[in-house]
Ligand binder design. Sequence first.
Ligand SMILES: [Zn+2]
Length: 117
Amino acid sequence: MRKNDWVLIIAVLLICAAAFGIHFLRPRQAGMVEVKVDGEEFGTWPLYEDAEVAIGETNRLCIEDGYADMIWADCPDKLCVHQRAISRDGESIICLPNKVVVSVIGGEERKTDAVSQ
Ligand SMILES: [Zn+2]
């Protein structure tokens, strides 16, 4: 093999490695957590950033490892706290007594831009 062939092969390998690296270094296509209280938007948080969100005085939401979970609520039934953590587009945790709705938008299963919705 000539020297130029090796240069070409190495260049191709480098390009492949770069493309591979970029693919995995990009932020994950995780969605946003949207919180509504009494039908009005309370706020949105990215699923990929760990956070603890106080929803007014009544509910507390924990975002960790791409999952959103209601960790505390002052409602009598505690159904929202017992609901499992949500991570996928369209999933939601609902606290009926406090009129709190937590839902995932633009998660893994949908390719559209969450911001444009
Ligand atoms: Zn509740």
